[in-house]
Design a protein around this ligand. Structure first.
Ligand code: ADP
Ligand code: MG
Length: 260
């Protein structure tokens, strides 16, 4: 579904990801993990072409990025950015409605279907009570849920999420992870999630990719990938790993305070 071949990308004076080869298939639920500054957000932004590449080729559903019209591509792939910021303030409803832009001719011209989709997703993400509130007046976790809602109404086959759970309380983390997993399993959507939460990724995702210094370091199933040796290599720390007694998935333990 998505194919990256020898992709290098980054910013004006700095190449961040180097010659990355990656393939993603429909129905995968994949987490990208790695230290701060490893290039996770850069990689995610490069996939739909939000960053220009210095080398390599990206194709989505057998067409290269250059062959896609922007609006058509926006029906296939959505990205929830790490820092969702706005030039101007909007109400929650208007902001989420903007996620329907690939399906409209002009911004004023949303259909009844667009509006009912927005209401449905606002209810799903526990946001309906804030529908007329200004985005700037929401808490960090509520803002994050709005950015997820905006991507869900876009109804794409691929959803890229960049640390979209970092501000959510445990209740919303679990609820929204269930919603996303449901979308993944029932509708076969490809989900690629960047996160620092190794336990969350191990529990829900079926593929883990570790990135270090702009390169793919490990790629496989959680049970194969999340082990002491790999975590030592990626994060430079010795960490204990237990097994979740219910799901049998790997589970990372904090060592607690150690007096030196
Ligand atoms: P991660 O998401 O893995 O924490 P990023 O992909 O955001 O890392 O950043 C990788 C590197 O690129 C970092 O060294 C960071 O400083 C740099 N970087 C990120 N965004 C920009 C930008 N807009 N302009 C210049 N450099 C950037
Ligand atoms: Mg990032």
């Amino acid at each position: 579904m998505i194919n990256l071949e020898k992709v290098s990308a980054g910013y004006l004076h700095q190449e961040v990801i180097h010659a990355v080869d990656l393939k993603f298939e429909a129905g995968e639920f994949c987490a990208i993990l790695g230290p701060n500054g490893a290039g996770k957000s850069t990689l995610l932004k490069a996939i739909p072409g939000y960053l220009s590449r210095s080398a390599g080729e990206i194709s989505i559903m057998h067409k290269t990025l250059e062959q896609w019209k922007r609006k058509e591509l926006a029906k296939k792939i959505s990205l929830i950015p790490q820092d969702f910021q706005l030039q101007f303030d909007f109400t929650v409803t208007d902001l989420v409605l903007m996620g329907r832009f690939p399906y409209t001719n002009s911004l004023q011209n949303y259909s009844h279907k667009d509006k009912s989709k927005v209401n449905e997703v606002l209810k799903l993400l526990d946001l309906y009570k804030y529908k007329n509130k200004m985005f700037s007046q929401l808490s960090g976790g509520e803002k994050q849920r709005v950015s997820i809602a905006r991507a869900l109404v876009q109804e794409t086959d691929v959803i890229l999420m960049d640390e979209s759970f970092s501000h959510l309380d445990i209740n919303h983390q679990i609820e929204i992870m269930n919603i996303i997993t449901g979308i993944n399993r029932q509708l076969g959507k490809l989900i690629i999630l960047v996160s620092h939460n190794i336990n969350l990724a191990a529990e829900y995702c079926d593929r883990i990719i570790f990135i270090k210094d702009g390169r793919i370091s490990k790629d496989g199933k959680p049970l194969e990938i999340i082990n002491k040796a790999n975590l030592q290599e990626i994060y430079g720390m010795e960490l204990e790993i237990a097994k979740n007694p219910v799901s049998q998935k790997p589970y990372l333990l904090y060592p607690g305070y150690e007096e030196k």
